[in-house]
Each structure stands twice: as C-alpha cells, then as structure tokens.
Design a protein around this ligand. Structure first.
Ligand SMILES: [Zn+2]
Ligand SMILES: [Zn+2]
Length: 377
C-alpha cells in the first residue's frame, strides 16, 4: 500500500514536471505578427534572404534560423552560407546543401517558405553576391566569379549584390559590376544590410532599376526575441501573388519589394503609396460652424507615419505611431467642400533623403435635405 502510494506520488511528480516543461516550451515559441497591409492585389510577404549558420561563419544550427524567423513574423527566408569561406571546417564538414536540407523539415512544420541559397564570396571588389532559388549549390564552387554566376544563372537563380558598402575604402560601382548587371546576373542590391542603410547604394538601385533588398546577414543568434515596431530585424517586403517559391521569384525579378529598416520604408513610390493608403484611416468627422473640422487619423500598420506639411491647412508636423490615432482640429476655408492636406511622409523613402508626397482628403460636410410635410388642417 505504502509502495503503491509512493509510486503514485512519483508518477504525479513526473506528470507535473512534464506538463511544466510543456508549458515552458510552448511559452518559449510565440510568433509576433507584423502588421503591414497587402497591396495592389498582392500578398505582402515578410522576408529575410541573407543569413548564416555554423555551415559557414555563423554560430547557430540551421533550424534555429527557422525558429527565429517564425517568432519574428517572417514568411520567407533563405539561408545563404558562404560557398568559399568555412572557418568551422575542422568541426563541421563543408557540405554546401546541408543547411537547406536540415532546415527544410522545420520550415515546413512552421509554415515558413525556405529557399535554397548561397553567398558567392569574393574579395572586395567585386565583393559578395547572394544567389537563391538554386537546385544545387555545389556547381557554384568555381575559381572564376563569372563561372559561378553562370552556374547560378543556369539554375534560374535570382542574384544580388550584398553589402556594397562593407569596406568603405573599396566601395564603388566598377566595370565588373556593370558586366554582371549587363549580363543580367545581378538583378538586386542590398540597400540595407544588418543595421546599415546606404544612401549611395539606394541611388544606384534607382538608377539601375535593381530590386531593393534589405537583409540581416545575421551570423550570431538573433538578439531580438520578438518583432516590435521599434525593435525588429530588417526585412524585404515582397509583393507576391501567393506564398510560393515561383511567386516570390516573380516578385523579386520584377522588383516588387520594399525594405523595412528601423522606422524607414524604402522603395518605389507606387508601393509606398499603396502601403500608406492602406495604413491610414481618416474618420469620426465633426463639423463645427463654417470653418472648423475635427477628425481622427489612425495608423493601422507597424511603421510610424512621420509627416511634414508641404502647404495648406493642417499641423506643421504630424506623427502617428504604429497602431496609434491622433485627433485633429482643422481650420478650413469651408466645411461644405473637401479639404486637402498636403504632406511628405519623411520616413517613407522614395529616394535618398526624399520622402513620399501624400494628400489626405477630408470630405466636406454632407447636407442632407429632408423634406418636411406640413400637415394642414
Ligand atoms: Zn558577405
Ligand atoms: Zn553574408
């Protein structure tokens, strides 16, 4: 009897420990969704296409990259270990396709789209280039850079220039970059790498119509355990017809991206404008007398809207934090007709130091004429 009692107590103890462990592990993995709208009939996929593992010079196992990405609200990632640089080779054998193969089951389990990729790593200049949508990384291990590019291109890869500003004294667009560009090997460029945004690279991206890329290039465990508008990893927002490899590739090849870095969105005006239009909501109109309107302006996305007035009515500066609402009192010419507020969103960069011009339209007061029948005796 005593033994049975002790065994039962032990069993209960084990169960408690198991349940407790289960609760702990469940709590450790929480996904934080990023609030950014779908636009122009496309899904807005949050992506990071540049990261490392122990299979090159990173310090984490490939599955960890998938877990980090899932927790931080990403939809699509690519692990891009260096092809030519393996400082851990005494401990980890050089196997160019293994990071992808190891990470794939975890990615499937978590609903993360994983793309096979690699970093072609040459001295600067010409520098480093990522190739993704590969079928096999091995043929890219060649002496000549152009041969590696051709091998990647043959597999239908999308290739971009990584961190062109990595070594500032050697930074520059050289003949080799023109050659890679003209041969249509290089179709994108990292406007943001890690914590760095580069205005000159931004100008190159616009001039050459290269796809805007923003990647972490992370090597150590991710220091952020959840995405917040204030603290998040840089992301490439990809506007894709659906969440498939083909659709993501189509978007990258056709330049349908915006980079989210700190509180900046960097990209082509049409995409930034579409995000702005979906993010902002003007409501709760209150008309007072002949020339005063009160209304609420809400920001429904995770990027702050930091606006400076260019002309006409409205406060000189209008800042709406992520998910926040401000209430305005406007002096207008007449409450009867619509009023246009002209601003530049200074943190939506359409060019170096160039914000996105926007117009907010406040509708005029609608006068409803209700016919009143006078009943005569
Ligand atoms: Zn690199
Ligand atoms: Zn890298």
């Amino acid at each position: 009897m005593k033994w049975a009692m002790q065994r039962r107590c032990a069993l209960v103890g084990v169960l408690v420990i198991l349940l407790y462990t289960d609760v702990l592990s469940a709590q450790a993995q929480v996904r934080q969704e990023v609030r950014l709208p779908d636009i122009l009939g496309y899904k807005t996929l949050k992506c990071d296409f540049h990261m490392h593992t122990v299979f090159s010079d990173g310090t984490v196992w490939p599955t960890v990259r998938v877990d980090e990405a899932w927790r931080e609200g990403l939809d699509v990632i690519s692990i891009t270990d260096h092809i030519e640089y393996h400082p851990h080779k005494e401990d980890i054998p050089t196997q160019l396709n293994r990071p992808y193969e190891i990470a794939l089951p975890r990615a499937k389990e978590r609903g993360i789209l994983l793309i096979r990729g690699a970093e072609i790593t040459r001295d600067t200049p010409p520098g480093h280039f990522n190739a993704i949508f590969l079928e096999d990384v091995a043929p890219l291990e060649t002496k000549e850079l152009l041969d590696a590019m051709e091998a990647a291109s043959k597999q239908g890869a999308f290739i971009w220039w990584n961190h062109p500003n990595w070594k500032p004294d050697k930074k520059g667009w050289l003949d080799i970059h023109t050659e890679l560009y003209e041969k249509k090997y290089m179709r994108g460029i990292e406007v943001v790498n890690g914590l760095d945004y580069d205005a000159e690279v931004h100008a190159w991206a616009i001039e050459k119509n290269l796809t805007f890329m923003g990647d972490t290039d992370i090597h150590d465990p991710c220091p952020v355990d959840k995405s917040t508008p204030e603290r998040h990893r840089p992301m490439t927002l990809v506007f894709a017809k659906e969440k498939t490899l083909e659709a993501v590739k189509d978007a990258l090849v056709n330049g349908r991206t915006v980079v989210w870095h700190s509180d900046l969105l960097i990209g082509k005006p049409e995409y930034l404008e579409a995000i702005f239009d979906k993010a902002i909501a003007i409501r709760d109109f209150d008309y007072e007398g002949e020339d005063t309107i009160r209304c609420a302006i809400e920001n429904r996305c995770d990027v702050a809207l930091k606006m400076d007035r260019t002309r006409g009515p409205g406060p000189k500066e209008l800042v709406i934090p992520p998910g926040g609402t401000v209430r305005l009192k406007l002096k207008v010419k007449s409450v009867e007709s619509p009023t246009e507020l002209s601003y530049v969103v200074r943190n939506f960069l359409v060019g170096p130091s160039k914000g996105l011009p926007v117009t907010l339209t406040i509708p005029g007061q609608v006068t409803v004429n209700i016919g009143v029948e006078t009943q005569g005796k």
